[in-house]
Design a protein around this ligand. Structure first.
Ligand code: ADP
Ligand code: MG
Length: 252
């Protein structure tokens, strides 16, 4: 089973003279423990792709599955629950709450849960080298430190899928490597990681690099995935109808 699957996903934004096609018939599948880097020029649909994967935005066409469950169209409430259960998100501009300390920001996703997650939040920050910054407000942290707080927060609910928009964008090489090392650790636990990036270092760590151009994704499905369940007539490269995309949406 895939951690995440998009099948023929379109995303259009209304407005202007004609709608913007941000995602155009995107097929994308990520396995547990896989690390996929998404590259592409500005405006090519990278953030839209992450938002659709992360249930922050709905596709206008196609289907979306998380851990094999179709989550294409959920109510707001179901979407929030599914997101909390399965997904960690690292936003490009961090989205930290300015009035909360670092450790409170990390624990925030657990605010309505029983028990106190402060110790776990502190452990996560410690792993990211911020053990001495627990009580600092975001305004007292550097860009790289805020980035690490945001990544720690994304992991607090032990997601199956970690989505990150430019996770090393504001970091020096050493800190970037520390973050990538952390991604290595979570994916060893079976977490699928998808990161939008311009950073060659991220591409080095990734199992696979997929590229968006004007909303069209190339490399979104691995060749061996296309061949899996194939009929032995290996003409997949020329065949847009991948075997696992056909059928009833059951196990690939
Ligand atoms: P990237 O992250 O690769 O820079 P985006 O996913 O942000 O690209 O944007 C893809 C395209 O969709 C762009 O043409 C952008 O202008 C457009 N777009 C993104 N968000 C919206 C929105 N909320 N409303 C209208 N158009 C949008
Ligand atoms: Mg973007």
């Amino acid at each position: 089973m895939y951690s995440l699957e998009l099948r023929g996903v379109d995303k259009q934004y209304a407005g202007g003279v004609k709608p913007v096609i941000a995602l155009d018939d995107v097929d994308f599948a990520v396995e547990p423990g896989e690390f996929v880097a998404v590259v592409g020029p500005s405006g090519s649909g990278k953030s839209t792709l992450l938002n659709v994967c992360g249930l922050l935005d709905d596709p206008t066409g196609g289907r979306r599955l998380i851990d094999g469950t179709d989550v294409t169209n959920l109510s707001e409430r179901e979407r929030t629950a599914a997101r909390k259960e399965s997904i960690g998100f690292v936003f490009q501009d961090f989205h930290l709450i300015p009035t909360l300390s670092a450790v409170e920001n990390v624990a925030l996703p657990t605010a309505f849960d029983p028990g106190d997650a402060t110790d776990r939040a502190a452990d996560l920050l410690d792993r990211f080298g911020l053990g001495d910054r627990l009580d600092h407000d975001p305004t007292e942290l550097s860009g790289g430190q805020k980035q690490r707080v945001a990544i720690a927060r994304s992991l607090i609910n032990e997601p199956d899928l970690l989505l990150a928009d430019e996770p090393t964008g504001n970091l020096d090489t050493e800190t970037g490597e520390a973050i990538l090392g952390e991604f290595e650790r979570v994916r060893a636990d079976g977490v699928a990681v998808v990161a939008v990036t311009h950073d060659e270092l991220v591409e080095e760590y990734a199992d696979r690099v997929v590229e968006l151009t004007d909303g069209v994704l190339s490399g979104g499905v691995r060749v061996d995935d296309r061949e899996r369940d194939g009929d032995g007539n290996d003409s997949e490269a020329a065949d847009p109808d991948f075997p696992w995309l056909a059928g009833d949406g059951g196990e690939p």
